[in-house]
Design a protein around this ligand. Structure first.
Ligand code: DC
Length: 212
């Protein structure tokens, strides 16, 4: 079974995808880490964020196992990731690896922005996880404080809005729900309630497919 979990930054999709993967015994890929990896290496090489040629070359030889996932999740990498994610050459270079991951025997859980629309449109269950920008900023603010990267709330929400705009308005693979995705708004839900809702969505989708 392939399960895709898409949605904007700090919607809770990563946590839900990890928990769904554990629940169903499936491998999990956080596709955002790929774009973060490209952004990270671009910054490390002191390249401009709009250097698409270098970003594409980095994407073609990206090996996530050589990078520290925790360092990739740092706030300074978020903006770089959002820039390189808008580059068609970077997305094309990362496509096959994501598709191979999704199509491995037994299936997989993938989370990101386009996993249900572009990477695995054939997925059995698709979730589109959202929350209000204010709630997502509140969560990210808490997360940054926990990571010892204290930031003002007003900066976090401005950054969330900027990234939402860039992710939604880019010409290639913009952030949008797949037509057959089920929307899960986690604004009022804690992680346990969101997880129960996610399981219910996956089970209902499976039951619906079994009937048809
Ligand atoms: O989910 P995240 O914050 O780790 O994602 C980092 C950036 O990568 C974000 O700006 C959106 C982009 N991204 C994307 O365009 N497509 C994906 N499948 C995953 C992430």
């Amino acid at each position: 079974m392939i399960i895709t979990v898409d949605g904007p930054a700090a919607s809770g999709k990563g946590t839900l995808a990890r928990r769904l993967a554990r629940h169903y015994g499936l491998p999990h890929l956080d596709t955002g880490l790929l774009y973060r990896g490209v952004g990270y290496l671009l910054l490390e090489r002191n390249r401009a964020l709009d250097d698409a040629t270098t970003a594409e070359a980095i994407a073609q030889s990206l090996d996530l196992t050589k990078l520290d996932a925790d360092a990739l999740r740092a706030d300074r990498i978020s903006e770089a990731a959002s820039y390189v994610a808008a580059m068609p050459g970077v997305r094309a270079a990362l496509l096959k690896m994501q598709q191979d991951f999704a199509r491995q025997p037994g299936g997989a859980v993938l989370d990101g922005r386009d996993t249900g629309t572009v990477i695995a449109p054939e997925a059995e269950a698709k979730l589109f996880v959202t929350a209000s920008p204010e709630e997502r900023a509140r969560r990210r603010h808490v997360e940054l404080a926990t990571r010892r990267e204290p930031t003002e709330y007003c900066e976090v929400i401005a950054d969330i809005r900027k990234r939402d705009e860039r992710d939604s308005e880019r010409s290639v693979a913009p952030l949008k729900p797949a037509p057959d995705a089920v929307l899960l708004d986690t604004t009022q839900l804690d992680i346990e309630a969101a997880f129960r809702a996610a399981i219910a969505i996956v089970e209902a989708t499976r039951a619906g497919r079994a009937r048809s």
